[in-house]
Design a protein around this ligand. Sequence first.
Ligand SMILES: [Zn+2]
Length: 69
Amino acid sequence: MSKHSDAGSKKFLDREKKEKEYKKQLPGEDDPPLPEPVEPIKSEKTPGRNDPCSCGSGKKYKQCCGKGK
Ligand SMILES: [Zn+2]
């Protein structure tokens, strides 16, 4: 019996144990996919000075709510 062989087998077992723990941390195939990012909707938009006014009057913005600004 030699003490050297015992030390060698113990080292091998330690390595095998570490590899098993590492595989446990890998993500599984059952992980749900990440949700797609949703772009924020800009509800309020300032019309251009020559665009129809957003108040619905039919006039140009510069001749309606944008007058005097
Ligand atoms: Zn207006």
